[in-house]
Ligand binder design. Structure first.
Ligand code: FAS
Ligand code: PHB
Length: 389
């Protein structure tokens, strides 16, 4: 079998890249180790930048996001017992859309199916080969038989634990990492959101976030110790802790109910450099991870796909390698600014083991500054809505 671009991974990065390449007339094939149902079952991101929605529109997969997504013009920061609104639209002219990653993945999967494009699910032992030559290949096992795909390029869109980055020799890659000393305990419930916009709360007991998936489905997070297990958090304990970390008005309005999903996610900042190795390119979580505090993970996967798809289009349409030669530098420039923002939001809003009383006052001073200075508010807002591509 042969294709121009072999994509490893059918998460948002791989699926969006595949649809962009199809739109540009570049033949591609996706190899995914799990089933489509398994991929859809993962509850992850919930907030899209305008650039991400525009890319869904570009591949004809944006109609549901427009119909069902919730357009938000602001967020609230809660600290010192009060909530302070950050007017995203007033500061930047831009908005964000609340629309679950599960829905984005489903829309892209449907668009790929409708276009009759090749996706191989339950592909085992996917292995990128000879990507440092002009004849890269990808092998995989399906139904007990080993198969091989000849291609011009490999796109490693296989997430943080994928095979692509792991296949690069250690001397060719440099990684940068910060592990955070806490996790996020997230709950999904079919209850109305406590507020019509997101609430990020800095509290002496720890961070909390109130978000949503629709007017009837809420998503909440509380910072928890890394060593905690989900069994230690029955629903009642979660709701009680969340209320303690909210201002009185929100705590009084909170509608609780049974969890339909509950999980603990570790937090890390991670970047691999470069994002290109010969004829293999990394995109999305395969190359970088951010703490979800800035809602950047999914949106960085989208901008990587945007840069890489255009680079491949330039290669095939204009016989120019300028785009692919510049991809890593261009993608990393936006990645590092998002990594900085996500680290900054996490540092300002969470309780660290060494925060102490001085650190707590510095956090409150920073929150007071960003909610009362036009310059500081604009800086937070332009990063939150998404820096230009
Ligand atoms: P993904 O990990 O989504 O997709 C990679 C795909 O590759 C998967 O389908 C995987 O099965 C497949 N794969 C892996 N190894 C393979 C192999 N060897 N062969 C074939 N296929 C392989 N981001 C936010 O913005 N906000 C959030 O609130 C948020 N919450 C998160 C919660 C959790 C628990 C996690 C893990 C992440 C969260 N993220 C969040 C980040 C998340 O949304 C990612 O940024 C996003 O999934 C990135 O998409 P991809 O790069 O496509 O990687
Ligand atoms: C979510 O809706 O899951 C979400 C939103 C914003 C974040 C993190 C998670 O910063």
């Amino acid at each position: 079998m042969r294709t121009k671009v072999a994509i490893i991974g059918a998460g948002p990065a791989g699926l969006l890249l595949g649809q962009l390449l199809h739109t540009y007339g570049v033949d591609n094939l996706i190899l995914e180790r799990h089933t489509g149902e398994y991929v859809l079952d993962r509850i992850r991101a919930g907030l899209l930048e305008e650039g991400t929605v525009a890319l869904l529109d570009e591949v004809g997969a944006g109609s549901r996001a427009h119909a069902e997504g919730l357009v938000h013009e602001g967020i609230e920061l809660a600290f010192g017992g009060r909530r302070h609104r950050v007017d995203l639209k007033g500061a930047t002219g831009k908005t964000v859309t609340i629309y679950g990653q599960t829905e984005v993945t489903l829309d892209l999967m449907n668009a790929r199916r409708d276009a009759g494009l090749a996706s191989i699910y339950e592909a085992a032992d996917v292995t990128p080969l000879d990507f440092d030559t002009d004849h890269p290949r990808v092998s995989y096992v399906k139904d007990g038989a080993t198969h091989e795909i000849a291609c011009d390029f490999i796109a490693g869109c296989d997430g943080f634990h994928g095979i692509s980055r792991a296949s690069v020799k250690p001397s060719a890659i440099e990684t940068f990492e910060r592990i955070y000393p806490f996790g996020w305990l997230g709950i999904l419930s079919d209850t109305p959101p406590v507020s019509h916009e997101l609430i990020y709360s800095n509290h002496p007991r720890g961070f909390a976030l109130c978000t949503m998936r629709s007017a009837r489905r809420s998503r909440y997070y509380v910072q928890c110790p890394l060593e905690d297990h989900i069994d230690q958090w029955p629903d009642d304990r979660f709701w009680d802790e969340l209320k303690r970390r909210l201002d009185d008005e929100a705590a009084g309005k909170l509608v609780t109910g049974p969890s339909i999903e509950k999980s603990i996610a570790p937090l890390r900042s991670f970047v691999a450099e470069p994002m290109r190795f010969g004829r293999m390119f990394l995109a999305g979580d395969a190359a970088h991870i951010v703490p979800p505090t800035g809602a950047k993970g999914l949106n960085l996967a989208a901008s990587d796909a945007h840069y890489l798809a255009r680079a491949f289009r330039e290669y095939y349409d204009e016989s120019s390698s300028a785009g692919i030669d510049h991809y890593s530098e261009k993608a990393l420039s936006r990645v590092w600014k998002a990594v900085r923002f996500s680290w900054w939001m996490t540092s300002m809003l969470h309780k660290f083991p060494d925060t102490g009383t001085f650190g707590a006052r510095i956090q409150l001073a920073e929150l007071d500054y960003v909610t009362h200075s036009n310059a500081a508010t604009t800086s937070l807002a332009e990063n939150y809505v998404g820096l230009p591509y």
